[in-house]
Structures are given as C-alpha cells and as structure tokens.
Write a protein that binds this ligand. Structure first.
Ligand code: PXL
Length: 277
C-alpha cells in the first residue's frame, strides 16, 4: 500500500520552495503527500519585497480537528517553514496525535541561512523553535540554524570536523535524536551534510561544491530525505540520495538563472523517470 507523509509547510505560490517542492518530489518517490499549510505567500521571503503573507495558524487548528474524525494514520511527518511562534505549539499537538513507534517526525527548523535570520523572524521565534528538538526523530538544520539553536557564534566558510561534531552533540543534548546537518564544508572543494545517528555514528556525505546559492535547495533536500526515510532507507543512504538530487538539480539550472526562483528540480525528476529509477 502507498505510504503517506504529512508535510507541514507554507504555500509560497512562486519560487520553488516548501510545498511546491515537497508535493511533487514526495509524490515522485511513490509516497502520498498530505499538506498542513502554515501560511500563504505570494512568493517566499528570500530576496522578494512586497510579498503577501497570510498566517494560517487558526486554520491549521481547524484542519487538525477535522482530521481527528477521520482516524488517519500518518507514515511520516515532515515540517518546514512555520509562520508564527504559536504554530510551533500546533505542530507539537500534531506530532502528539500522529507520532507512533513506526513513523518518523522529521523537523527542518527553517528560520535562517548564511549567518542571518530570515526577515520575518526574531530571537523569540528561535527560542520557540528550540522547543521542537525533543520532538525530532530527525532534525534537519543548516549550519546557521544549528548555531542559533545552540547559542554558537556562526562561522563563515569552511568548518572543522570538531566544530560540526560540537554542534551535533549540543543539538542532541537538547533532545534531537538523529541530526542531518546541511551546508557542511570540510574544505573549499566539497559541500554536503553530516548524518548523525542517535547512537553517535556520523557519516559525512559530500559532493563537489558548485558556484551559486540557490533558494529552496534545503526544501528539496528535506523532501527527498523524508521520502527515502519513509521508504525505509537508512539515514546515510537517504542523505546520499538527497545530496545527489540537489547537486543534479543545480547542474540542471542555467548559471544565469535568477537564484530566487530556485533550481530546476523538475528536470531531475524527469531524468529519473526516463531512467526508470
Ligand atoms: O526555503 C525555505 C523557505 C520556505 N518558505 C518561505 C521562506 C523560506 C526561506 O526564505 O521564505 C516562505
């Protein structure tokens, strides 16, 4: 039977991120993608001005209440952009209802990148996001988010293994079980992720570093990872698939493209379909 994931993400109508990425990718990996929308925006907030922003906190509560009459089972929970601090409590409730021994709560603490908080968030939101760590079977921060969640000064550029492992240890001490830390760069040539299991084992999953910082690649990474974990792959194998998928999608995107519109992941899905993968 087809498995499902409930994606808790905003709907950014234009800009290839959050639900416009999670829905097609998770479906293409053979999993039904359900949606609990956190906000409705004309575009995402990265580099666009004058975007519209409708907070859906109250509607999320209504949706969860309506679902409760349906006796639903969720095979995976994958959360991303939360639109308000209050919504973090709604997500805790959702996890309380649907988390069981056989599914995973995969939490991407979307709030910052490249050393900076996204314009719509403040330090109160960071603190609130920290409350989700004990709920995360898999926590998916980038380096900036990991620094904010652990009170560590952000380091630009290459990191040492000791720095990466210190961040992971601190996140696990705050309650995260497995951690997949993205944006890991142990030297100038390679970039990727550190996949840390709750048992302490850490796998570095790296690929050649390509120029340019495209929007939405974190959500592409999270969607592939969530789908492959729900399909039963190991943490290291799912991380490998997610890193390679992002690299292929960047390669499929013209260098001259406006980075705000994300990467052409559609071409990656199309070539996988052709190869019958
Ligand atoms: O890709 C992360 C993301 C998701 N949703 C919205 C965003 C961002 C990052 O800026 O603004 C609305």
């Amino acid at each position: 039977m087809t498995k499902n994931i409930v994606a808790v993400h905003d709907i950014s109508c234009v800009g290839r991120c959050s639900s416009t990425v999670a829905l097609p990718i998770i479906s293409a990996y053979g999993i039904e993608c359900r949606l609990l929308p956190t906000a409705l925006l004309s575009t995402h907030t990265g580099g666009f001005t004058n975007f519209t922003y409708l907070d859906l906190t109250d509607e999320m509560r209504n949706i969860i209440q309506a679902w409760q009459e349906l006796n639903l089972h969720m095979d995976g929970i994958y959360s991303g952009f939360m639109a308000s601090a209050e919504q973090i409590d709604v997500l805790k409730d959702l996890i309380g209802i649907y988390k069981d021994a056989n599914n995973l709560a995969i939490i991407d603490p979307v709030m910052a990148d490249h050393g900076e908080l996204y314009s719509v968030f403040d330090m109160h939101f960071v603190e609130k996001m920290g409350e989700l760590l004990p709920y995360a079977d898999v926590l998916l921060p980038n380096i900036t988010e990991a620094c904010l969640l652990t009170g560590t000064p952000y380091q630009e550029g290459v990191q040492s293994e000791a720095f990466i492992e210190m961040l992971i240890e601190k996140l696990q001490a705050r309650g995260a079980k497995n951690v997949v830390l993205t944006g890991v760069m142990l030297d100038e040539k390679y970039i990727g992720a550190a996949a840390a299991r709750s048992t302490g084992q850490i796998d570095y999953v790296l690929a050649e570093k390509l120029p340019g910082a495209y929007h939405g690649t974190g959500d592409i990474f999270g969607s592939v990872l969530s789908a492959e974990l729900t399909n039963g792959k190991t943490l290291a194998a799912a991380t490998r698939e997610a890193v390679d998928f992002v690299v292929k999608s960047i390669k499929n995107t013209p260098k001259s493209a406006d980075k705000r519109y994300g990467v052409e992941f559609e071409q990656t899905l199309k070539s996988k379909r052709k190869q019958g993968q």
